[in-house]
Design a protein around this ligand. Sequence first.
Ligand code: SF4
Length: 662
Amino acid sequence: MNRLFESSNAHLIADGNQYAPSLWTYQRRETIPVQIGDLYMGSDFPIRIQSMTTVDTMDTQGSIEQSIRMIDAGCELVRITAPSVKEAQNLENIRKGLRERGYNTPLVADIHFTPNAAELAARIVEKVRINPGNYADKKRFETIDYTDASYQAELERIRDKFLPLVKICKEYGTAMRIGTNHGSLSDRILSRYGDTPLGMVESALEFLRICEDEKYFNIVLSMKSSNTQVMVEAYRLLSKKLTDDNFKAYPMHLGVTEAGEGEDGRIKSAVGIGTLLEDGLGDTIRVSLTEDPEFEIPVAQELVRRYQFRAQNSTPIEPVQLAEKQLVSPINPFAHERRLTKEIANFGGHQVPRVLADFSHNPHIQMEDLKAIGHFYLPEPDKWVMNDLGADYIYTGKYAVDFMLPNGLKQIVNAENWTGDPHVFPLFHLEDWQQANSKHVSLNFVAVNAEDLSELNALNLETVVLVLRSENAHQMAALRRAFFELIQLGIQSPVVLQLSYPNVDADQLQLFAPTDAGGLLIDGFGDGILLSMPYSQDKNALMNATAFGILQASRVRISKTEYISCPSCGRTLFDLQETTARIRQVTDHLKGIKIGIMGCIVNGPGEMADADYGYVGIGKDKIALYRGQEVVKKSVQADLAVDELIQLIKEDGNWREPQQTN
Ligand code: SF4
């Protein structure tokens, strides 16, 4: 029996681990078409871009104006929250106002907890989104022991509550999204399946079975989470379950919930959404940023545009051959498990993945330049300090550095320029490695193409960290195949992912590199990351921040505070963007702490299930503060809440003062 079948989630792959049409060639997963007003969705149509309004749904004019800004930016479906019947009713006015202004874009009502609002909205707008975790259930955070009979009785109760909506949707031609959120699974699902990707999938399937029994198929499915590993695994598992259990192939709506703002939000969204798009999963996407919704649209468009000519532009990749016929790859794609590697210096084994900074285009590296990669020289008191984003290695190519590097930063040079200095490490070409006369005693880097691995088996790799790259346009798949081959060959050398972007701008780098590296890291592949772009002074900081951001978003190396902030919607009770910025300003040095910032009490606590601390709007100017899932300060005046949050972090001994670096 191999390692794969010994893993704790082995039951998920016992009957195969195929979840995408191909792991080798870019190909959209084939789906049925879904009609949403005049818009069609599914594999025969482009990947649709959507977003959600943030103004109060009762503000008709505000909702119309914001929807128009979104549509003008390229939004193809506009989602609007309908927390109660009165908002559901007002969708009629918003829809009418938009149609009068010549905008026919389909509207989607976002429903939580309120079947009567859903039933009304389904008669007005083109699509309703329901959350199976709270459509028929109130959350009590209880663990219940179900017998098969009592579980069945629960399913009957859900059927009674849900059936009227299905019938209305069928009658009115309204589409539906059954949208599971990791943070709001019902007590019933949690009790039976736990807080797992399988629980997320089953949560949707309970509702889907009812729809299929009624012969209602105009359905889109989603499996969102703010944890990218969980999110990717859940979508993959959904794809497999739909096939294995003979459901129709419904289109998928992709999204990472509460991704946050700015650079972090973009990187996290790209890791989650991009990883799935690479495998042809996903028919519509929403990038959730804590910013105005129209700013989400260009990010989503950029993510999707990459796949327009992917199949035509990439070189065919040969599938790996496996002994177990039912498997397409030698890993479990439904559970994160790091590839087994030998520890070499500070790479591989239990070491966190390392960040390597590319300075090979800079012939005159100055002390000042290292600020961009998190290392600061302080003349007074003549020492180096490092911030949380201090790179681990600097690759200088053929150039020397004429000052002493800080302790935390080691240098790599091309093997032909290596002088034998034990504090500097050589990078060899694969073809030169075996014959080389001069090698470092403990750490050598060997550059290798993803397509040339077969020769590795014959080499002595005892001190080697591989630096892996591919020129293939379908780069992630080519690199992933190389990792499969390393597993097959039994090679346990750590691997640095080398990703080069000669023709992209800063915004594109923050989307493309996370897509390419994120999928690999989520699958447990990669012990370091080296990003390259054509040289310019400011790009070093960008590449360094992106590399650390990718590792953080893939949850394989936590180096900064994580913010799980909701994108806001019509329920939001305070200015989320301003509050998030204020909280970030005072806490962004608290490495490893996760802070949830949620606009409302209805969904907030569930959505930030992963956070260490929570800041949740409960009423006008009133905030509740959470420690994990527990409310510790029930009703704090909004202008005092940030100070109270800091106080809470201090009480727990998790506070430290920010370090001065310049
Ligand atoms: S948590 Fe935020 S986005 Fe979600 S419903 Fe509440 S206010 Fe809206």
